[in-house]
Every structure is written in structure tokens, then in C-alpha cells.
Design a protein around this ligand. Structure first.
Ligand code: SAM
Length: 165
């Protein structure tokens, strides 16, 4: 099948304290400042967003390097290899990331958010509200994570939750 090229616009920029290391997933309790600056031309699109507690943030992992591998070993999973599309790796054919964050405030073109797992300056592709019940599947499971010996401990690493070893 012929591949088509799909153009996306950067609609804003994500501001974080992370320059070379970022958590594997958003850390809700991170105390630094996290925000998203929306380009001025889209600011009217932010009305009513403050009414939601959470939002999906879709971003372009602009620092992903090299060709995307179809089998990956997530850095926290002790060498386990899985298919790329069963992982949350940022190195993908389309390096699009998805994070759920708490909306703390919206002022003019800035959304103040809880911790997000991206490098400072990451281009924003889209924002969508996270809607109770609609976005929460009661029978969601852990997939291949159930095959890990110490899943509970490793998921603390993924979520950046401090714990004793
Ligand atoms: C495992 S990914 C998860 C991203 C998102 N929560 C998801 O599930 O799609 C998070 C990692 O992506 C990497 N990362 C963050 N921002 C990036 C960027 N702008 N370009 C490339 N890699 C990035 C960091 O190493 C971070 O630890």
C-alpha cells in the first residue's frame, strides 16, 4: 500500500525541568513547575478546559533518534523484550507520545499541569479532555507486565514512586 505523508502542526510547547533524563511515565506528585504554552492562534481552543481535572497530552518526541526497532526492551523491565506496539517507547515510526496529566490552572495561553514525562521544549501536537467513565475501562489489565517476576516493584519505578529496595 502506498504510504502517505501526514502533516502535523506544532500547536505549542511543553515546559518541564527535564533536559536529559525524564521519568518513564508522568509523576503526579512531582513538585517542579510543568506547563504547556499554546501558540497564540489556538488560545480560544482552551476555553472550558479548566473544567476538567485531567487531560491527554499528545506530543512529538522530537529527540527520538535512529530507526524505530519493532522489538524493544523497556529500560525498567529487566531485559524483557516485547513488540514495540506493546510498549510505550518514544522511538516509534511516528514518535508520538501520550501522557495523562492533571490540569491545575489555565491562564491565557498557558496550561499549568502536574508532572509530565517529557523533555523541556517538547512540541505539543494536541490536548484532549480525560473524561470520567468514558476513559476509564474497568477491565483494563497489565498485559505482558503480568509475566514479570516483580511487577509491583517495577511499576513503582515506572510511576516514579519513591520506595525502599
Ligand atoms: C517511556 S516514554 C512514555 C511517554 C508517554 N507517557 C507515552 O506513554 O507515550 C517517556 C520517556 O520518553 C523520553 N522522552 C521524553 N521526551 C522526549 C522527547 N521530546 N524526545 C524523545 N524522547 C523523549 C524520556 O526518556 C522519557 O523517560
Amino acid at each position: 500500500m502506498k504510504e502517505i505523508s501526514i502533516p502535523f502542526k506544532q500547536i505549542g510547547t511543553i515546559q518541564t525541568p527535564y533536559y536529559s533524563n525524564a521519568p518513564y511515565q508522568p509523576v503526579d506528585t512531582a513538585e517542579d513547575n510543568f506547563s504547556i504554552a499554546i501558540n497564540r492562534e489556538y488560545v480560544d481552543g482552551l476555553s472550558d478546559l479548566w473544567k476538567f481535572n485531567y487531560a491527554y497530552v499528545l506530543f512529538y518526541a522530537h529527540k527520538a533518534q535512529g530507526r524505530a526497532e519493532m522489538v524493544v526492551a523497556p529500560p525498567w523491565a529487566k531485559g524483557k523484550k516485547v513488540g514495540l506496539f506493546s510498549s510505550r517507547s518514544p522511538s516509534r515510526p511516528n514518535p508520538i507520545g501520550l501522557s495523562v496529566v492533571r490540569i491545575k490552572d489555565v491562564k491565557e495561553n498557558i496550561i499549568f499541569i502536574s508532572g509530565i514525562d517529557v523533555f523541556n521544549g517538547t512540541p505539543l501536537l494536541d490536548i484532549k479532555p480525560y473524561i470520567k467513565d468514558l476513559d476509564n475501562k474497568s477491565d483494563a489489565n497489565y498485559g505482558w507486565l503480568d509475566e514479570l517476576d516483580n511487577k509491583e516493584h517495577l511499576t513503582l519505578h515506572i510511576k516514579g514512586i519513591p520506595h525502599e529496595h
